[in-house]
Design a protein around this ligand. Structure first.
Ligand SMILES: *[C@@H]1O[C@H](CO)[C@@H](O)[C@H](O)[C@H]1NC(C)=O
Ligand SMILES: *[C@@H]1O[C@H](CO)[C@@H](O)[C@H](O)[C@H]1NC(C)=O
Ligand SMILES: *[C@@H]1O[C@H](CO)[C@@H](O)[C@H](O)[C@H]1NC(C)=O
Ligand SMILES: *[C@@H]1O[C@H](CO)[C@@H](O)[C@H](O)[C@H]1NC(C)=O
Ligand SMILES: *[C@@H]1O[C@H](CO)[C@@H](O)[C@H](O)[C@H]1NC(C)=O
Length: 644
């Protein structure tokens, strides 16, 4: 368009040449201004993400030491041994010792070969320079990944004045290379591998990260940030880096999910960003957002704003379409995609009550019905009304909104868990009662119609992977009647001792594993009500999370395991305690999904290396402003090998 206008300017021969030239130049300048402005507003959109997350000022309290450090550490075989600082001996900090003593401190452990040198260098953050070798559109994302990386390095710094000290290196040149710059959407077949090298020459370090996609380079930067640490013993505190390294890395599973429920208790947009910061540090790549439930409906849908209006806890306990957009970008530059689930037909009450006001009849039945034990798993009850044809129209519009908002048309989660047939038996017409001898078929028909609404919402195109929770309907004999194995993926959440997962795999379905006995992080906090079943005690320890490898079970075709997802339901957690529920257990899960390290099958005991690496990773999360749970007494960290 720009070219055409300038050309027409030149053709105005009958005008005075000067005037024509002037008009022509003004035209072109105006055009450049408009173009520049448009480009800027696109970039502005992403730059609103910064500053990213203001960390708690509590974390870096300046404090005058009452006496100098008394301990230092010496690598003895594979352990760092704590010793008293002696005069004349140069003291080595625990962080430096553990980086160099018998293990990498990388988390998740890379899948490919890792070679780390034993020499280190001090530096300061001004000395890092970047050369990004990527075309648009990956280049824009990469620039953000670089800013995020810089933030991470700064997060380690504990002394604001450390840059006055001399450093071992003068410059660290980080060269980032993305081969396929057109890949800026994360898909299940996206190549997330990368190769990282660090080499030193004279007073310069050169770091190379090459990958096929932006997502690989981003993971590489994450790993690079783990080869850097704060050494509190050199000159009162310096940044330190390993001088020689090579890491080849790729994920074992392409679906590495974390599910969070924001319906039982609301969590703010900033809290969700904090969750993404934790996920990206651990290379988790799918945020499954269980946004609504029978308790509340906080998502403001552009075409159906009534849902949030009648369903949210309060006007400020909502997510606007702009919030979702902001979260999508925030997640994307951290290598995460967002899959929003609006659970149906069960777990649907709040938000679904506006039907009669709009002459659309009851969209949901059993809403708040008592005694709740008869009609749902926990109060309040609520389940969609399969008899009302308007329900399927509403679903289509709702799905259209979700597709528009997330631009996510490869994976779609329709919910589908814990349908209570009693509720329908008590609420539906006698015609329906007669038509269905077995209400599982009513549930199946509802699901088929919902899937049809989804396909219509997607412009008639099938979604390649539609996710559903496992349920009685995903059991034999119903599963093969209602679910097409070519595009339905079952998120199997029952106990790993149940036959469900194996049956599904043997029947040819792809699965996402979320076994309740290993990967439910909400369990173990006691009961929150007097009646009904107890909550799912006991607490799943990080060791339980880490040790779970159901794909090694006999009869499991690993190709059908798309990946896993760790789940946090929010009956007993909100934003004040969500960090500690998620981390470090979410990190333990992440290593299981990323490189799936082997286990000692005789003892199922976890080696000390894992404890120490996970602790280091936990400390990184603390440095980034998160509040993860402590793993053990600090004494065990200071005395490796003495606690296990
Ligand atoms: C850092 O340096 C500035 C300027 O020299 C000084 O005012 C400040 O007290 C120093 N801060 C610390 C924590 O040493
Ligand atoms: C880094 O990559 C660039 C271009 O890919 C290459 O020319 C250079 O030799 C590499 N440097 C190192 C230290 O590997
Ligand atoms: C760096 O590592 C490479 C291979 O990992 C090795 O060949 C080389 O000698 C190392 N250089 C130094 C200075 O340690
Ligand atoms: C699933 O079906 C079994 C037996 O058919 C029944 O006992 C159980 O209550 C059902 N579960 C749910 C959640 O409806
Ligand atoms: C499953 O979907 C595929 C692809 O659309 C189709 O060819 C096949 O007939 C479907 N199978 C069943 C049992 O509906």
């Amino acid at each position: 368009m720009l070219k055409a206008v300038c050309y027409r300017g030149l053709r105005m021969k009958h005008y005075d040449l000067k005037r024509a030239l002037l008009i022509f130049s003004l035209f072109c300048i105006a055009f450049f201004v408009v173009l520049f402005w448009q480009q800027n507003s696109a970039i502005d959109e992403v730059s609103q993400l910064f500053p990213v997350y203001k960390k708690s000022p509590l974390l870096k309290k300046e404090r005058k030491l009452p006496y100098p450090p008394q301990w230092h550490w010496q690598c003895n075989g594979k352990h760092c041994e704590r010793q008293k600082v002696a005069p004349g001996v140069s003291a080595v900090s625990l962080s430096t010792c553990s980086m160099l003593c018998g293990s990498t401190q990388l988390w998740p452990q890379p899948s490919g070969p890792v070679t780390l040198g034993s020499k280190t260098a001090t530096f300061n953050h001004h000395q890092i320079q970047f050369k990004a070798d990527a075309k648009e559109p990956a280049a824009t994302l990469l620039n953000h990944a670089i800013e995020i990386f810089k933030d991470k390095v700064l997060d380690y710094v504990q002394d604001v004045n450390y840059t006055v000290h001399d450093t071992d290196v003068e410059k660290i040149l980080v060269h980032l290379k993305v081969q396929h710059a057109d890949v800026v959407r994360l898909r299940l077949d996206t190549d997330e591998s990368y190769h990282l090298t660090i080499k030193s020459k004279a007073h310069q370090l050169s770091v190379n990260i090459t990958a096929n996609t932006f997502f690989g380079v981003r993971h590489g930067l994450e790993t690079l940030s783990q080869l850097i640490w704060w050494d509190e013993y050199s000159k009162g505190g310096m940044l330190r880096i390993i001088k020689n390294a090579s890491v080849k890395d790729y994920p074992v599973f392409s679906y590495r999910g974390l599910m969070l429920d924001t319906a039982r208790n609301y969590m703010s947009v900033d809290t969700l960003k904090r969750v993404f910061i934790g996920m990206s540090a651990n290379k988790l790549n799918i945020f499954h957002w269980h946004v609504s439930d029978s308790q509340s409906f906080p998502l403001i849908l552009p075409r159906l704003p009534k849902f949030a209006k009648v369903g949210s806890y309060a006007p400020d306990m909502t997510y606007s379409p702009e919030d979702v957009k902001e979260l999508m970008l925030f997640a994307l530059v951290r290598g995460i995609r967002i899959v929003i689930e609006i659970d149906t037909p069960a777990h649907a009450g709040s938000g679904w009550t506006w039907g009669p006001d709009e002459d659309m009849g009851e969209l949901a039945v059993c809403v708040n019905k008592q005694p709740w034990m008869l009609y749902c798993g926990e109060p309040p009850c609520g389940q969609l009304n399969p008899d009302n044809p308007k329900v399927y129209e509403v679903l289509e519009t709702l799905y259209k909104d979700l597709l528009d908002m997330t631009k996510e048309d490869e994976l779609f989660h329709i919910g589908g868990d814990e349908v209570n047939l009693e509720c329908w038996q008590d609420s539906l017409s006698s015609a329906t009662q007669k038509k269905y001898g077995d209400f599982h078929d009513l549930w199946g028909d509802f699901t088929l119609k919902a899937l049809e609404s989804l396909q219509k919402a997607n412009g008639g195109k099938r979604i390649p992977y539609v996710l559903v929770w496992s349920s009685n309907l995903t059991k034999r004999p119903y599963v093969s009647k209602y679910f097409n194995r070519s595009n339905i993926v079952v998120q199997s959440w029952g106990s790993s001792q149940w036959p469900d997962t194996l049956d599904l795999i043997q029947d040819g379905y792809k699965v996402i594993i979320s076994h309740v006995d290993a990967w439910y992080l909400d369990c173990g906090f006691g009961r929150w009500r007097e009646t009904g079943d107890a909550a799912c005690d006991p607490y799943r320890t990080w060791q339980t999370v880490y040790n779970h490898r159901p794909w090694t079970q006999q009869g499991v075709n690993k190709k059908q395991v798309m990946g896993g997802e760790i789940c946090l339901w929010s009956e007993q957690v909100d934003e004040t305690s969500v960090d500690a529920r998620l981390w470090p257990r979410g990190a333990a899960f992440a290593e299981r999904m990323w490189s799936d390290p082997s286990l000692d099958l005789n003892t199922f005991s976890i080696s000390e290396d894992v404890y120490l690496r996970l602790n280091t990773q936990r400390d990184r999360l603390v440095a980034r402003g998160l509040r993860p749970e402590a793993m053990w007494p600090q004494w065990c960290l200071q005395n490796p090998g003495m606690c296990l």
